[in-house]
Design a binder for this molecule. Structure first.
Ligand code: NDP
Length: 614
């Protein structure tokens, strides 16, 4: 085993994770087992770094004399037009070898380039091939960076145009940060265009209560689904009014299981159709980008056509209502089998393809949270497919079956107003998700969580069978609401939807193309990883505006069920708990990813989900 290269207390240059920015750090300790150095940045941030992410100060010396940047948050305000501090800048010697006149021309060209960077810095954020080729350069130190990450250190002239441009970004120097001043004094921006390899794929902190918590959840989640479905079928669905449990053999029907299989493979066939565009996901930790086919909305249309044909031939869709529990049991069995398959195959997956959150080394934990990040069979992405199709479209079909069952059981010529509202609101939600399918590629489920029992059960059982609870409830517990009440609930749903959609689109567009002119009025805080954090618009209102909109909608879905029982409110109560917990998880990840920049964001936007409350 090679001995450690840097001693405790030594001041060295440490790479900021996810970028090729190096900052002055002090080594505080060394972990012999993990071979990681704990280092402290000047702003107090402590991180564990690999030896390959640390360099001696001498390799930076000549640049250091020109740079004052010493922490991720610190930016120099030098007025010099030289780019000499950039690790991405060609070495001086190399530049001098050009002829005088060429150098002059180059200088002129540079001047034009710098003044005309109406090319706002944001354009450079775009990880396009062109940018990569154009700005790629070697670090001045002789040691070649093993990663293909590019860093740009762009000096901006304080002319009016640049000033106007800077107004859009909330870049603040560290000194100024204390005074909470805006960025006008700042003329320099670091841009990392492409992320690099991760520091370590091992999960250090377990979530969901660790091994015991995840074990309990594996038992508790299916039990909750069955309990809710049993309660919903009772005349009096009061929470403590238990009815005798059904006989075990009544829960299983091979025909129902066959329908579940048929449904899953039909949706898989739709997914494989070569219709719809193919897009790239966000860069993985290796820098690679996976491709995804966007055809969820087409799958929905085809499914609607298939259901239309079945209804035309008088297929009794309320069969679903009569056998809902059996369908849930079959779907649960299928999701369990899928989870086992996912875990077994993940054991052969290379380390860099494992999920950052599901690689603890403990079977139960990794089985639950998902060991492999993007399990694929060829180009068939299992997680992405399950996220929006079988479960989400299945939810709409179950809702429709409930609507037809209500009409049949209560002998109605038209469904009740409550049933129409619940069906329409939830249909809008599903259609919206499928229409904006691309947005799912920037969500935590895709970028952070592995594919294991949590998502397999969540996508294939929890979503279709728990989210359709209101419609199921209304079949057995008719609720009459007046038109004005219906109108008020509709307005509430529209408000929630508007917040949810515009917040998600704003973030998604910003992540995909920060230079999008539609986002020109938004400000953001730059981070050392090259990604920005929006601080105006919806993301400046609260830290998770999309959750706020989602919760408002969840309430609007429960209200048509009246106030006789709490059961139809299970969804909104559970959803608040889920999103509060999810928000805390996301904050934790963002704090790790963005360090000080995230703290600044939290200072600027103090409320998490509910303005002035939480
Ligand atoms: P988000 O879509 O909210 O994504 C969180 C990520 O957004 C962060 O990790 C960070 O990622 C990025 N981010 C955070 N703050 C900012 C900022 N200020 N500026 C720019 N980017 C920022 O998380 P989810 O995946 O949890 O949710 C997606 C949607 O799905 C939400 O609308 C949610 O309500 C919904 N949802 C619905 C569920 C349901 O069962 N119906 C369940 C769960 C979610 P990075 O910086 O790495 O890009």
């Amino acid at each position: 085993m090679p001995s450690r290269k840097f001693a405790d207390g030594e001041v060295v240059m440490g790479r900021w994770p996810g970028s090729v920015l190096y900052y002055e750090v002090q080594v505080t300790s060394y972990d012999d087992v993990a071979h990681l150095y704990t280092v402290k940045y000047k702003d107090g941030t402590e991180l564990a770094l690999k030896e390959s992410d640390i360099r001696s100060q001498s390799s930076f010396k000549h640049r250091k004399s020109q740079s004052s940047s010493s922490s991720p948050s610190r930016r120099s305000s030098s007025r010099s037009r030289s780019r000499s501090r950039s690790p991405g800048r060609p070495a001086k010697g190399r530049r001098r070898s050009a002829s005088q006149s060429r150098e002059h021309k180059e200088d002129k060209k540079k001047t034009v380039q710098e003044t005309s960077i109406a090319l706002p810095v944001l354009v450079l954020f775009k990880p396009s091939e062109n940018n990569t080729k154009r700005y790629n350069g070697e670090p001045e130190s002789t040691e070649k960076n093993a990663t293909s990450c590019i860093i740009l250190e762009q000096k901006l002239k304080p002319d009016l145009e640049i000033k106007r441009m800077l107004e859009q970004y909330s870049l603040r120097s560290r000194k100024d940060d204390k005074k909470k001043e805006e960025i006008y004094s700042e003329k320099k921006t670091f841009v990392a265009v492409k992320p690099i390899e991760k520091v370590s794929t091992k999960t250090k902190e377990m979530e969901f209560g660790g091994r015991i918590g995840t074990f309990m959840l594996i038992l508790l989640l299916p039990a909750t689904v069955f309990y809710l479905l049993l309660m919903c079928k009772q005349d009096d669905p009061s929470l403590l009014n238990f009815s005798p449990l059904p006989a075990l053999e009544s829960l299983w029907d091979w025909r129902v299981f066959g329908v579940i299989l048929l449904w899953f493979f039909l949706q898989a066939a739709f997914y494989l159709l070569p219709i719809g565009k193919v897009v790239e996901g966000l860069p993985l930790s290796s820098g690679r980008k996976l491709q995804y086919r966007i055809n969820g909305f087409y799958a929905f249309i085809l499914t609607a056509a298939a259901i239309g044909v079945l209804l035309y031939f008088e297929f009794e869709l309320h069969y679903l209502y009569d056998h809902l529990m059996q369908f849930a049991v079959s779907a649960a069995a299928f999701s369990l089998a899928l989870s086992i398959y996912l875990y077994v195959r993940s054991l052969r997956a290379p380390e860099e393809e494992l999920a950052p959150g599901g690689n603890s080394g403990y079977f139960i934990y990794d089985f639950f949270t998902g060991h492999e990040l993007n399990p694929r069979i060829g180009s068939f992405d299992l997680k992405y497919f399950c996220e929006l199709r079988p479960g989400l479209i299945g939810w709409v079909v179950i809702n429709l079956a409930m609507l037809l069952a209500e009409m049949k059981i209560h002998n109605l010529s038209v469904p009740s107003l409550s049933m129409i509202l619940v069906n329409s609101f939830q249909l809008l939600y599903v259609v919206d998700a499928l229409w904006n399918e691309e947005a799912v590629l920037t969500t935590m489920d895709i970028t952070h969580d592995g594919f294991g029992f949590m998502l397999a059960f969540g996508d294939l059982v929890w979503v279709p069978f728990v989210y359709s609870l209101q419609a199921f409830y209304l079949v057995g517990h008719p609720t009459t609401i007046s038109w004005p009440v219906a109108a008020a609930i509709t307005v509430l749903n529209c408000i929630g939807y508007y917040i949810f959609r515009s917040a998600n689109s704003q973030k998604n567009n910003f992540r995909r193309n920060p230079a999008d002119p539609k986002l020109a009025n938004l400000k953001f805080i730059p981070t050392a990883t090259g990604k920005g954090l929006l601080v105006t618009g919806w993301w400046g209102f609260v830290r998770h505006p999309n959750y706020l909109g989602d919760i408002i909608m969840a309430l609007a879905w429960s209200l048509p069920c009246g106030f006789n029982h709490i059961l139809p409110y299970f969804y909104v109560i559970y959803f608040i708990c889920l999103l509060v917990h999810r928000e805390a998880r996301d904050e934790h990840h963002c704090k790790q990813k963005y360090g000080l920049a995230w703290e600044r964001y939290c200072q600027r936007v103090p409320y998490r989900i509910f303005p002035y409350i939480y």
